[in-house]
Write a protein that binds this ligand. Sequence first.
Ligand code: HEC
Length: 101
Amino acid sequence: MRSLVLRATVLVAVLTLAGLPSAIAANAQEAVQPGRAVVLSKCFQCHTDAMFRDQRQDRQAWEATIYRMVGRGGLWTPEEIRLMADYLGTEFGPSARRAPR
Ligand code: HEC
């Protein structure tokens, strides 16, 4: 009995150290906003989000920004562009207050 409690404690400690809670949070966020992962993997190829995280634009303006990046060498599918514009237009839209991380 005692060793079972000990094993459970160790298991909890290992899972906590492995960052399970934050992993679950990240997955939940990606499920709601699939464009987030696309932005993280695509936009960061050339510069960090310091280039755009303080900007507030509507979806259409973000789409124009994305196409400017295509002109600078970004190579993305229409689906990836749609997901990124959806995400940026929501999280970095005109009424978004804080800079999301
Ligand atoms: C192929 C490389 C590349 C990729 C990928 C890229 N960018 Fe850029 N981006 C640039 C360059 C080059 C500049 C100009 C840097 C400068 O002016 O110093 C820039 C500048 C910007 C600017 C400020 C200037 C402007 O035209 O608005 C924004 C906003 C921006 N990028 C957003 C994004 C977003 C959002 C993504 C992802 C969809 C992205 N970038 C992906 C190359 C890239």
